[in-house]
Structures are given as C-alpha cells and as structure tokens.
Write a protein that binds this ligand. Structure first.
Ligand code: SF4
Ligand code: SF4
Length: 292
C-alpha cells in the first residue's frame, strides 16, 4: 500500500519546503510532489529536469464568435459579474478577469455566438531530480483553480508510484487552511505541520491542526527555529501535549540553513549542524508513525 505524507504550515515561509527537500534526500522509493501550486518553490532546491509537460484544464470558459454576434447586448444584460465589456471599436467582448465562467451568456445568446470551451489554467510536470521523480505544477497568472490542480498533482503522483512500484509519496503542501490545503491533506496517511514559535505561528498552527483533526488525519508537529522564543515554544509543547500530538522535531535557529538554500541544497546534503541531526531523527519518527 502506498503511504502519503503531506507537509504543511499555517502560512508561507515557516520552513515547510526546507523540511520537504531534506526528506527528499532521506527517504527512499518515493515520489515527491510540490502541491504549493500558487507559489511552487521546491524545484529551486530539487532542481528538476522536466520529462513530461501537460496542460491543466481547470474548467470551461466562454468564447465569443464575433462573426455571428449581432451586438444585441443580451449577454451583457444577463451577466452578473460584469464579464462582458462593450468596446466602441470591438463591440461586445468577454472580460476573462471578471468572468466567473457561469455559462449564462452562452445559454442566453439568441445567436449561439458564445460557447463554453475547455480553458488551460496552467501546466503540470513529471520531472527527474537527483532524489527521484517529482510531480509539480504551475498555475496560470490570476487563475484560481489551485485546489483542483493540487488534486491532479496528487493523482498523477499516485499513478506514477503505482507504475514504478514505489511505496511513498511526499507532498510539499500549500500554506493556510483554504481549498488547496484541504485538497493536499485529504486521505493522506500523515500530516506534518511545520510551525514557528511566534504568536501568529501558533495561531496558524492551531488552525491547520483543527483542519486535520476535522478530517481525522494523523498529525505530527515540527517546531522550526524553536530557539528564537522559548516561551512560545513551551506554549506549542503544551498545546500539542494537551491534544496528544507528537512533536517530532525541534530545530534551532541556524544561519547555515540560509546558506544551504542559497546554494540550492537541502539541509542533509549541506551540513547544517544541529538542524541536520534533528531533521535526520525527525524523518525516522515520521517514518515510524507512517508504517505503524
Ligand atoms: S448575446 Fe450573443 S449576439 Fe447578443 S451581443 Fe452577446 S454575443 Fe452578441
Ligand atoms: S460566463 Fe457568466 S460570468 Fe462569464 S461572461 Fe458569461 S455570463 Fe458573465
């Protein structure tokens, strides 16, 4: 059976991708994914070489055939989203930034001049990295189908793992608690929440832990830069102890981590002292929980 680990954080910039990239170096027989499709950055460290690229069809969008349009204005009248502009030179046109793809204009047009067609909202890729294969994606600018794209990335990773007889998928998840996060954690074997000992970090951690508990997904916590605020670190320990959540790693603040990232290396290949040791140990704990 394929196990799946998703690494998330309450917000961006807490070290989630640093941990994911380190795990890429430590775990075997796996597929890596970058499910942070709005701000993908795992590729910066894993340096993938693209083997396959596909379009992501996120939905359907209206297209107007100007040769049929009689400029009756019905489409503009029915649209609640101001998705139809009237241009003095071009006549009626679809404003794709305002359009909500509801299809009402296509339904209402007496000339059938508007049709709904598949819209390409981005691309997804299967790539080769020094640590195995990776599935990742790039959402188009101003596109908002990230939850759907995350689901697609996970499906493709699962298919690839099955085809290649691999037993593990490690997802670098999106930040926050929105639709993409739900898409990244649903049905996974384990979620690792990476947090920092700041008040906002604690608040964000609580929100994502609540989300995981709502979906009854096992959770573990990693405190990144625990040494920057020992009082808040203690608060996180108490919160986790109260809920019976294991803290599998407490990483000290270590300037060498930034040097590793600038060198586009993970904290296992680039020696970062205590951080390297703790992350190694943390992977063993995470693996133990997933195999239990
Ligand atoms: S409803 Fe149809 S015919 Fe009328 S303006 Fe819109 S596209 Fe043109
Ligand atoms: S698809 Fe819906 S939102 Fe978009 S232009 Fe037509 S009526 Fe407006």
């Amino acid at each position: 059976m394929i196990k799946e680990l998703t690494i998330i954080s309450g917000k961006g910039g807490t070290g989630k991708t640093t941990i994911t990239a380190a795990f890429a170096s430590l775990c075997e027989n796996k597929i890596m994914t970058d499910c942070d499709v709005d701000a993908a950055d795992l590729h910066l460290i894993l340096q993938p070489e693209v083997l396959r690229q596909e379009s992501f069809i996120g939905g359907r969008a209206p297209v107007m055939d100007k040769s049929i349009c009689t400029e009756c204005g019905t489409c503009q009248e029915v649209c609640r989203f101001n998705g139809i502009d009237l241009d003095p030179d071009k006549g009626y046109t679809i404003n794709s930034f305002a359009c909500d793809n509801c299809a009402l204009c296509a339904f209402a047009c007496p000339e059938e001049a508007i049709s709904m067609v598949d819209s390409v909202n981005g691309n997804w890729f299967i790539s080769k990295t020094p640590y195995g294969k990776m599935v990742h994606a790039k959402l188009g600018i101003a596109e908002d189908n990230s939850g759907k794209l995350v689901t697609l990335v996970r499906q493709q990773a699962k298919k690839l793992a099955e085809d290649e007889g691999l037993s593990l998928i490690v997802n670098d998840g999106p930040p926050g608690i929105g639709c993409p996060v739900t898409a990244a954690i649903t049905g996974t074997s384990l979620v690792l929440v990476v947090t920092e000992p700041t008040l906002s970090g604690i608040h964000d951690m609580e929100r994502v832990v609540d989300l995981c508990r709502h979906f009854q997904i096992p959770v573990q916590v990693c405190i990144n830069k625990y040494s920057i605020n020992l009082v808040n670190t203690q608060k996180i320990r108490e919160y986790c102890a109260h809920l019976g959540i294991a803290i599998v790693g407490e990483l000290p603040f270590e300037p060498l981590v930034n040097k590793a990232l600038v060198a586009r290396q993970n904290v296992i290949d680039f020696e970062c002292g205590a951080v390297t040791r703790v992350v190694r140990k943390m992977w063993q704990e995470v693996e133990k929980q997933m195999m239990a």
